[in-house]
Design a protein around this ligand. Sequence first.
Ligand code: PXG
Length: 441
Amino acid sequence: MSTTTVVPNDLNAFWMPFTANRQFKKSPRMFVAAKDMHYTTSDGRQVLDGTAGLWCCNAGHARPKIVEAIAKQAAELDYAPAFQMGHPKAFELANRLIDIAPKGLDHVLFTNSGSESVETALKVALAYHRVKGEGSRTRLIGRERAYHGVNFGGISVGGIVTNRKMFGTLLAGVDHMPHTHNLAKNAFSKGLPEYGTELADELERIVTLHDASTIAAVIVEPVAGSTGVLIPPPGYLKRLREITKKHGILLIFDEVITGYGRLGTPFGADYFDVVPDIMVTAKGLTNGVIPMGAVMVSAEIHDAFMNGPEHVIEFFHGYTYSGNPIASAAGLATLETYKDEGLLTRGAELAPKWESALHSLKGLPHVIDIRNIGLVGAIELEPIAGQPTKRAFSAFLKAFEQGVLIRTTGDIIALSPPLIVSESQIDQIVTTLAGILKTLE
Ligand code: PXG
């Protein structure tokens, strides 16, 4: 198929997600193919993927095992009812996930996205306390600047103002810890920033205010991704773990971005050596190819529900597509690809190269911070006075023209290449950005 014939001629009907629709439709940017580290545009150009799609194609694109598994599964068993029926691959995938998950997470609930995984985790947490006879634990604690997807629970515990302010009063009984971003003290940190561990103690203040008996769970991203890569100070997550444990509050890690090798360890929990009670994942679970999420929970949580008459449903929650056969097949093939190629830890090998390449941009115009962890990076730019987001967005457009895909959020450039990236491709990303930063308004 010619790459030039697949551009739709009317862009009006599709209301695009999280996109400046009018700007896009005046000047569309279309991908029509992808292979390994590259996208192909509708005008036949190669674009290096600096963002693993949207932080999800951790093994790169069109990987043979995954492609084959999906085709085979579609022909063999396309769909099986998710409620009161099963099929082998969902069980197999749950087992393979438990094999790579931090010790202590023993059961898996499947969803279709990160947002649904967040809702599922919050509901498990509330219901868990109730089945344990602690039904007064109804509050949920999130964090400023957090991104936990776009559904009502997720935006309630989330802390990105633009994602919340249009949507009414959200869930009741939610409070937020402060975020840990501190440019004045931590700018240009390599890896974990030095200052801010004591911000974890804000959780104690919130617990004192509401009383532990009213709090069900605390949810955090180990590294906040979507808001612009906010890396926790040393010991911060350990402290949250201690405080939650002390007060009988569940700790939920939202690992939608940090899961599946992004930090150079299988999960963020491994990187920080902190095991939560519930872990929320999606994206890299299926290499982004088929929508799927997985929520992993401790045996203690799972077992608390396994009471009452055996014919009665234990937890009234689930989706038509929970553990969908094709998604399960994609997940299994993805985990195999990660294992074959050592991708869940490859980020750790590349991290020193990644760090030095990124920090070489220090001193270029408008750059007010550079941060990195695993194979994640961020370059924060000084906003144009009175026109926030414009400078970074124009860097995004220029990078796309020059053959590199980056992401921007506010005036922050976020980078998260597939874990198969080569050292020379890291150089290409950074050299392209260096050229652009010198020419930005
Ligand atoms: N939790 C976290 C931590 C996420 O990063 C979600 C939940 C929601 O996942 P779904 O699958 O419902 O989109 C996310 C998603 C970006 C970007 O460029 C980040 C996300 C999605 C799209 C873009 O930072 N994160």
